[in-house]
Design a protein around this ligand. Structure first.
Ligand SMILES: NC(=O)c1ccc[n+]([C@@H]2O[C@H](COP(=O)([O-])OP(=O)(O)OC[C@H]3O[C@@H](n4cnc5c(N)ncnc54)[C@H](OP(=O)(O)O)[C@@H]3O)[C@@H](O)[C@H]2O)c1
Length: 242
């Protein structure tokens, strides 16, 4: 099958391209660096013209109040191009529990992206993943002040990007779900504990202080970012760190 992987040079996109091509498919990466822009629409018609399936793995440049506009405009442009190109399956990657955290602009933006896809004319699949293991360092940096990192005890179920890419590729190569497929890491940790494990593994001298008001995950209620019923990926966090 032929896949147009939009955002195919990013963390997940580049791995999805590799997995699909290794399985004998023809997957082509597209992004601003290859001359395709989902916001201006530049190059989109050509990018999807020869594809059977579009996999959209683009990301907003910011996680703030500008992110809903990014996902709205990009989805409208991509769906227009995909419809013109006769695309039979459109896949996006969203976040487990995104609809349960409307306080976060970025999570509202991901739900908006899902809703635009589901309301559109093209058979689709939504893969929802938990927080990427590769994302934890950034989470720690956001609430670092000197030698202290403040983190709430929000339950997090981190997943390796490699496992996300395998799952996205598998869904993309299958029949459209016209629904949501949740994937998650094999273990759940309170975020503060995840921070301590990460720092100690790296020999980082910063100290984690538990603070229920710190950072973006402070607004998350209960365990909505985890899903024990999801498809559980194999990679454990400490193995990934190693
Ligand atoms: N972080 C998490 O824990 C998490 C969890 C679940 C789901 N997700 C979702 O996973 C998806 C992929 O994330 P990622 O970490 O792989 O993203 P990433 O590494 O930041 O890659 C983003 C990709 O989008 C492309 N891009 C950005 N703006 C573009 C534009 N205007 N036109 C065309 N291409 C554009 C980038 O290419 P250029 O650099 O060339 O523009 C790059 O290929 C996101 O939608 C995110 O919401 C993330």
């Amino acid at each position: 099958m032929k896949f147009a992987v939009i955002g195919g040079t990013g963390l997940i996109g580049s791995q999805v391209v590799r997995v699909l091509n290794a399985a004998g498919h023809e997957a082509v990466p597209h992004s601003q660096s290859t001359g395709v822009d989902v916001i201006s629409g530049q190059g989109l018609d050509e990018a999807v013209a020869r594809a059977d399936v579009v996999v959209n793995l683009t990301n907003s440049p910011t996680f703030d109040e500008a992110s809903p506009a990014f996902f709205q405009t990009s989805m409208e442009n991509l769906l227009t191009a995909a419809q013109k190109g006769g695309i039979g399956h459109f896949v996006i990657l969203s976040i487990v529990g995104a609809d349960q955290v409307p306080e976060l602009d970025y999570y509202r933006a991901k739900v908006l992206q899902e809703n635009i896809l589901a309301a559109g004319p093209i058979p689709y699949s939504i893969v929802r993943a938990t927080q990427f293991m590769e994302f934890i360092d950034a989470v720690l940096s956001w609430t670092t002040d000197g030698d202290t990192v403040r983190l709430p005890a929000t339950p997090i179920q981190p997943i390796a990007s490699k496992d996300v890419a395998n799952a996205v590729a598998e869904v993309a190569a299958g029949a459209p779900l016209n629904g949501i497929h949740n994937i998650a890491g094999p273990e759940i940790f309170p975020l503060d504990e995840l921070g301590r494990t990460t720092l100690s593994h790296k020999g980082d001298n910063r100290t984690v202080v538990t603070d229920p008001t710190a950072g973006m995950f402070a607004v998350v209620k209960g365990d909505v970012l985890t899903d024990t019923q999801a498809h559980l990926a194999p990679t454990r966090y400490t193995d990934w760190l190693a």
